[in-house]
Design a protein around this ligand. Sequence first.
Ligand SMILES: [Zn+2]
Length: 197
Amino acid sequence: MFAWTLWGCGVAPMEPAQAVAEARLPELGAPAPGPVPPPVADGFDFPVGPPDASGYYDAQPFGRNTHLGADWNAVTGGNTDLGAPVHVVAHGVVTFAADIGGGWGNVVRVRHRYEEEGSLRDVESLYGHLDRVDVAPGEVLERGATVGTIGDAHRNYIAHLHFEVRSVVGLPVGPGYAADSTGYLDPTGFLQAHRPK
Ligand SMILES: [Zn+2]
């Protein structure tokens, strides 16, 4: 890249063809910088009762009480869903999997890539309050793989899944509730609009 910087300064130390070749050299045969790019998703399912959230309901939809996610609960109520499997909504790469305590407990975050209007876009899904975590950062997952189980964030709540979809990948884990939802999507609306063909 330095060659282009020199060109920008008005200095011409090399013939153009040579400058292009040298500028590209570091990329030849080198691994892609940063994390593994996620496989392109073939569509999105729901994270509980897959593929359609069968047996579950959204007890606190996105936007209600400035909620930044959806709270999935079993229709059978109470803690009957404690320990039930939570599924990754689409092919993706795990970017975070850890117990961060507080109001969150165990959190898993997955980066997804999907095609829309002819271009590739990235989106992130987040699974909060998990009782058990079954994945580790860097793992490549296929749609429907189990990322963990429904939990109660160390008995902070009646067991449920706090589920987010973010249009901005890599934000801080966040507050779960905020009047400003920039970078967050209505998770149910997003899933419904991107079901597998
Ligand atoms: Zn929630």
